[in-house]
Ligand binder design. Structure first.
Ligand SMILES: [Zn+2]
Length: 173
C-alpha cells in the first residue's frame, strides 16, 4: 500500500512540475482526486462483494460438511449393525462325541467344521442339508413338502378373500 501511495505522490509532483498555472494545477489535482476516489469506491465494492462470496462459499462448505457428517454417522450405524450381526451369529452345537453343548461364532460361508472345546474332536457341519429344505423346485428330495406348502398358501389367500367379502356385506347392512 505504501508503494502505491509513493507512486500517487510522484504523479502529483509530476503534475505540479509540468503545470505552471496555479488554477489549472488545482483543477487537475481536484479531478485527479475525484478519479482516485472513484477507483477507491470500486475497489471497496469489489472487496465487499468478494467477502460476501467467500462467506457464502464458507457457509455452503459448512453445510456440506454437516451433511457429510450425517451420512458418515448413518454409514457408521449401518456398519456397526452389520458388525454386531456378524458377532452375534452364534450357533448352539451339541457335540456328537461327548454331548457337550457349546456356542460358537460361525461364518456359514467358510466354516464347515468346528472343534469341540471339551473332547477336542472335530465336528463336521453340513450346511447343505438345511439349504435344501423348501427349495420350491421339483427335486426328488422335497417335491411333496414343497407341493403341500403351495396348496396351504392358496387356501389362505382364498379364506382372506371370503373374509373381505363378508366385511363388505356387513358394511352394506
Ligand atoms: Zn465333544
Amino acid at each position: 500500500m505504501s508503494d502505491l501511495n509513493n507512486r500517487y505522490q510522484a504523479i502529483l509532483k509530476e503534475l505540479e512540475q509540468n503545470i505552471q498555472n496555479e488554477e489549472e494545477l488545482q483543477f487537475v489535482k481536484d479531478k485527479f482526486n475525484d478519479l482516485s476516489m472513484m477507483f477507491m469506491d470500486v475497489i471497496d465494492r469489489l472487496t465487499a462483494l468478494t467477502d460476501m462470496r467467500i462467506k457464502s462459499i464458507e457457509k455452503t462448505q459448512q453445510e456440506m460438511e454437516h451433511r457429510m457428517e450425517k451420512v458418515q454417522r448413518a454409514v457408521d450405524d449401518i456398519q456397526s449393525d452389520i458388525y454386531e450381526d456378524e458377532e452375534n451369529y452364534e450357533f448352539e452345537i451339541t457335540c456328537p462325541y461327548c454331548n457337550h453343548q457349546f456356542t460358537t461364532d460361525i461364518d456359514a460361508e467358510f466354516n464347515t467344521e468346528v472343534e469341540c472345546p471339551e473332547c477336542h474332536n472335530t465336528i463336521e457341519l453340513d450346511w447343505n442339508d438345511e439349504e435344501e429344505i423348501g427349495c420350491g423346485s421339483n427335486c426328488s428330495h422335497c417335491a411333496s413338502p414343497c407341493g403341500v406348502q403351495e396348496e396351504e398358501e392358496d387356501y389362505e389367500t382364498e379364506t382372506q378373500e371370503v373374509e373381505n367379502n363378508e366385511q363388505v356385506d356387513d358394511e352394506d347392512m
